[in-house]
Write a protein that binds this ligand. Structure first.
Ligand code: PLP
Length: 315
């Protein structure tokens, strides 16, 4: 399903503008599955597991503008499975962004709140079973050992690209939400010998909480892959300085980053994840957290399909 390897590019104009480290970007906004994003790499393994178990329907959950839900709906369509999305939040007056794509992709949609989604998922699964179907439940963000495995392999892909292009990267910076991407990258760094820092910018949760979750998932993923004991917890670095007004609340940090990267590089970021993470990276550069001569890779995790749904907050 995934279009791999995704491009690794220099951001020359942004680097020059910020007058800081050399900036690179890993284009996981180009992974495929109805506008792409990081969930595609996870779904490679999750969908394979569903098919191996003989399941015929995917169920997952997320926010109304969930990229994970949209990519799951696209993956289900691609391999011919049914798809039900349990969305947490207020049903908007108008379908837009990812929600519009969910419907075009043929997903069934149920609405619930953050407290009641587990019951709703169980109910949907029971209903499907009663109809003789075999549902496969994918957790929030696809963040379990299966999903994280996609990002272990992504690190193999990156280290091969870095070697071929003779690039040394000191920091990888990206948006960290449910933690599966970061857990996979940390395991992959140990397996494929990436020695730089892996810095997740939290979009949602306090650093200590997210760090514990990422470390636990990284350890479970390494165990799942039969890798034995690795020094994983100490490689989990998280910055939670850019939570702003909370998850999916757009502020000046996101607005500025989205416009700057669009207008200097022709690359679209998203309002909820990559806009926040890039805003954090830009702020860290301005504060002198990286020196000139260092190299920083921004891992673009997708999400641009959400842009239209935040139109009134962006321009
Ligand atoms: C889900 C998502 C993330 C966060 O990935 P996790 O593995 O949940 O931490 C980052 N960026 C985008 C665009 C996403 O959709």
């Amino acid at each position: 399903m995934a279009h791999l390897p995704t491009p690794l590019e220099r951001m020359e104009r942004l680097s020059k503008h910020l007058n800081g480290p050399d900036l690179y970007i890993k284009r996981d906004d180009q992974t495929g599955l109805a506008t792409g994003g990081n969930k595609t790499r996870k779904l490679e393994f999750l969908v394979a597991d569903a098919l191996a178990q003989g399941c015929d329907h995917l169920i997952t959950t997320g926010a109304p503008q969930s990229n994970h839900c949209r990519q799951t709906a696209a993956a289900a369509a691609k391999v011919g499975l049914g798809c039900t999305l349990v969305l947490r939040g207020e049903k908007p007056a108008q379908d837009n962004g990812n929600l519009l794509l969910d419907k075009i992709l043929g997903a069934h949609i149920y609405w619930t709140d953050a407290q009641h989604y587990p019951e709703m998922i169980a109910e949907v699964a029971a209903e499907l079973r009663a109809m003789g179907r075999k549902p496969y439940i994918i957790p929030l963000g696809g963040s379990n050992v299966m999903g994280a495995t996609g990002y272990v392999l992504a690190m193999q892909e990156l280290t091969e690209q870095l070697a071929a292009q003779h690039i040394n990267v000191d920091f990888i910076v990206f948006a960290s939400g449910s933690g599966g991407t970061q857990a996979g990258l940390v395991v992959g760094a140990e397996v494929y010998g990436f020695s730089g820092h892996i810095l997740g910018i939290s979009v949602h949760r306090p650093a200590e909480e997210l760090k514990m979750q990422v470390a636990a998932l990284a350890t479970a993923t390494a165990t799942h892959l039969g890798l034995g004991m690795l020094p994983l917890a100490e490689r989990v670095e998280i910055n939670d300085d850019y939570l702003g007004g909370g998850y999916a609340i757009i502020g000046e940090t996101e607005r500025e980053a989205i416009k700057l990267v669009a207008q200097l590089e022709g690359i679209l970021l998203d309002p909820v994840y990559t806009g926040r993470a890039m805003g954090g990276l830009i702020d860290l550069i301005r504060w002198g957290a990286f020196t000139r001569g260092q190299s920083v890779l921004f891992w673009h995790t997708g999400g641009t399909a959400a842009l239209p749904a935040f139109a009134d907050k962006l321009v």
